[in-house]
Design a protein around this ligand. Structure first.
Ligand SMILES: *Cc1c(COP(=O)(O)O)cnc(C)c1O
Length: 456
């Protein structure tokens, strides 16, 4: 394909995508296909000789679309929302076009610097404490990770290294393996499964802290397990607080938990994957109070802020905690400069070496919606969820089972739970293949598709 054909095909592809999104509600949300549907539809191996674009294009409707779950359909109510908008789609095209791999500042200065500045913009939008911003010469700063799961993993690994080094100084007789064996991380019993997974990957113990009757972890619950574990010789090192839990959008009590973590030398990470976008509205910002005690904070603009997957925004107070934990400088990657402010080698902040120019998506979206446009978007969804809550409350067969704070409404039939579970399995969970009850509860989450974003 030469540039002339690319121009032509590119325009056709944009038209195809615009048509797809404009008429998405006409498509069946969940496809009628059985596992293995695709293999018989395409050849056993790659073609020996080149095919035309027309041939490839024809197969989109024939082979791909029949097996697509349409996340941006207004009838999609599964899992959590996936954000999308036309400005973000255009930025992603440009990202592919530039095609740089921005692992270090020198590998593409714009890729690194725009990301740092966009994370500062976003941090200011949610009123993050100054320490989390990079500014001109800050020691904190933000980074775009692929997912909240990676952000949690990275912070757990950094906390692990930091704690091992500290304990080795205090007790030189302990080996790294001795310390590893005693480390223990904590999260709410309502936390996302990715937190437990981070501990599995990180090779450390993880314990659930019981949430209270509002599904929130409070200070006394954490204090209790910490005291028990310290008494039995374990080393608590990491607590992942959740703001906006996946099962019911509850909020851990940061103002109680933060001071305990700080006092006990426990790294506090905050996972606000879904709820974080709402903090751009002053009326929801109080939910983030206590972030000043955290070491790291993360939320997903790709869930609720009109930026297409993948864009997970993570901030740390001390970038040296990350770079100190993961820095390797082979000869072919060495540049000599001091890290601070805009001078950043993001490869030290993440697991892979390579990284895409993802901040373009944020830049386009933040500029083309503006803060007020994005606030309108959030407020509309919260309004809709309260409207739905109101309808549920008017029907005496149903009850609301967790406070409705943002866009998630948890409700059930006023009968035994086993019946609710059966009803759920028969209706939705089977069809969308939910494997946990929490995913069922997220079903009534507002979809944030393009279709709902361009009518604001
Ligand atoms: C959605 C969600 C996650 C997982 O997000 P990914 O970006 O897909 O890893 C983690 N934690 C919470 C609270 C979530 O809502």
């Amino acid at each position: 394909m030469d540039a002339a054909e690319f121009r032509k095909r590119g325009k056709e592809m944009v038209d195809y995508i615009a048509d797809y999104l404009e008429k998405i509600e006409k498509r069946q949300v969940f496809p009628d296909v059985e596992p293995g549907y695709l293999r018989p539809l395409i050849p056993d191996c790659a073609p020996q000789d080149p095919e035309s674009f027309e041939d490839v294009f024809k197969d989109i409707e024939k082979i791909i679309m029949p097996g697509v779950t349409h996340w941006h359909s207004p009838y999609f109510f599964a899992y959590f929302p996936a954000a999308s908008s036309f400005p973000a789609l255009l930025a992603d095209m440009l990202c592919g076009g530039i095609g740089c791999v921005g692992f270090s500042w020198a590998a593409s200065p714009a890729c690194t610097e725009l990301e740092t500045v966009m994370l500062d913009w976003l941090g200011k939008m949610i009123n993050l404490p100054e320490e989390f911003l990079a500014g001109k010469d800050g020691q904190g700063g933000g980074v775009i990770q692929g997912s909240a799961s990676e952000a949690t993993l990275i912070s757990l690994l950094a906390a692990r290294t930091k704690t091992i080094r500290r304990v080795q100084l205090e007790k030189p007789e302990l080996t790294e393996a001795d310390i590893m064996g005693r480390l223990v991380a904590y999260a709410s019993d309502q936390a996302h499964s990715s937190v437990e997974r981070a501990a599995l990957i990180g090779g450390v113990k993880m314990k659930n802290v019981s949430s209270d009757d509002t599904f929130s972890v409070c200070g006394s619950a954490l204090k209790k397990v910490l005291d028990e574990d310290k008494a039995s010789g374990l080393i608590p090192f990491f607590f992942c607080a959740t703001l906006g839990t996946t099962p019911c959008c509850s909020f851990d009590k940061l103002l109680e938990l933060g001071p305990i973590c700080n006092k006990e030398n426990i790294w506090m990470h905050i996972d606000a994957a879904y709820a974080g976008s709402a903090f751009i509205c002053p009326e929801f910002r109080h939910l983030l109070n206590g972030v000043e005690f955290a070491d790291s904070f993360n939320f997903n603009p790709h869930k609720w802020l009109l930026v297409n997957f993948d864009c997970s925004a993570m901030w740390v107070k001390k970038r040296s905690d990350l770079t100190g934990a993961f820095k390797l400088e082979p000869l072919y990657l060495q540049h000599h400069h001091q890290e601070s402010g805009l001078v950043t080698d993001y490869r030290h902040w993440q697991i892979p070496l390579g990284r895409r120019f993802r901040s373009l998506k944020l830049w386009f979206v933040l500029r083309m919606y503006g803060v007020t446009g994005l606030q309108d978007h959030i407020r509309k969804h919260v309004r809709l969820s309260h409207q739905f809550e109101h309808l549920v409350l008017q029907d005496e067969r149903f009850e609301i089972c967790a406070e409705v704070v943002l866009g998630l409404v948890c409700f059930r039939l006023k009968v035994k739970n086993s019946f609710n579970r059966r009803a759920c399995n028969q209706s939705l969970c089977k069809r969308v293949d939910c494997d946990t009850e929490s995913e069922h509860q997220a079903i009534i989450n507002n979809s944030t598709g393009v279709s709902s974003s361009h009518d604001t």
